[in-house]
Design a protein around this ligand. Structure first.
Ligand code: ATP
Ligand code: MG
Length: 256
């Protein structure tokens, strides 16, 4: 494997380092090859956001934080890209809520499950679901490998966090009566469109903000949390994201 040294002076050093990390994690079986392609799709949409957390995403983060604090059995679903991009942050999020962590993969193999579990353990996770066969069961209305879920996790969850997720699975989770929160840089993806709360942001940027918001809202009463959640409208939120992108592009066109 060829490793490149990225000089700090490179204008896109941060982005290149993230890519290099994903490639390395792909060689270690954490990230699937298709995960690298998905990352490229995400990067393209991040350019359109100006690579910042835009105001509509901040509102989604607040609604998602309230939903997590109201949930009885919240679960964070982890795939290869999430484990490679922000392992420490996702473990900290699970401890802050608190919520269970479950490995759930489209390109499922024991090798990958083991590699991702190792990554999460190194990041401080004490309990990881989705590993042991004796606890596995199947979600209805889903053909892919992601129908396999943990009896102690997604199977009994009322709220599932599915960042960087495929549309079919999001839909299956919703059809199985779960409340679904996602992080997806593409506001037009099926996952972004169908979830109950969509955070259109880079997972690397938004998980730390999400943790902060949960800590802030922990001081609020149930009534306040419920009104934050019910006042949120995902369709309107995605419309705001699209408008933000359109206005940003118009401004850039006028300036050039
Ligand atoms: P869908 O199945 O929902 O219609 P898709 O097939 O394009 O969408 P998937 O590969 O199933 O997408 O899911 C990956 C999603 O994650 C993509 O929409 C991609 O833009 C997004 N994504 C990739 N990297 C990141 C990131 N770092 N942060 C947030 N989202 C990301
Ligand atoms: Mg998909």
């Amino acid at each position: 494997m060829i490793k490149i040294e990225v000089p700090d002076s490179h204008p896109r050093a941060k982005s290149i380092r993230v890519r290099e990390n994903l490639i390395e994690k792909c060689h270690q079986n954490v990230v699937a090859q298709a995960g690298l392609i998905a990352h490229g799709r995400g990067e393209a949409f991040d350019y359109l956001l100006g690579e910042i957390t835009i105001p509509p995403a901040q509102e989604s983060i607040r609604a998602a934080a309230a939903a997590f604090l109201l949930a009885k059995h919240p679960v964070l679903s982890v795939n290869g890209n999430v484990a490679a991009l922000c392992p420490k942050e996702i473990v900290l999020l699970s401890q802050t809520i608190p919520a269970k962590l479950e490995i759930n993969l489209f390109y499922r193999s024991q090798k990958r499950i083991k590699a991702i579990a190792k990554e999460l353990k190194m990041a401080g996770a004490s309990e990881i679901l989705g590993i042991e066969k004796k606890y596995s069961t199947q979600l209805k209305n889903l053909e892919s490998h992601r129908r396999i879920v943990d009896k102690r996790g997604i199977e009994i969850a009322d709220l599932v966090f599915v960042p960087l997720e495929d549309g079919d699975r999001t839909e299956a989770l919703i059809n199985n009566g779960k409340e679904v929160i996602t992080v997806d840089l593409n506001p037009l993806s099926r996952t972004a469109q169908k979830s109950h709360i969509t955070i259109v942001d880079n997972i690397i940027r938004c998980v730390p903000l999400f943790i902060n918001e949960i800590n802030l809202l922990k001081k609020s009463d149930m009534k306040t949390l419920k009104s934050i959640k019910t006042d949120f409208d995902n369709k309107k939120s995605i419309a705001k994201v699209l408008l933000h992108i359109t206005q940003q592009l118009s401004r850039m066109a006028e300036e050039s």
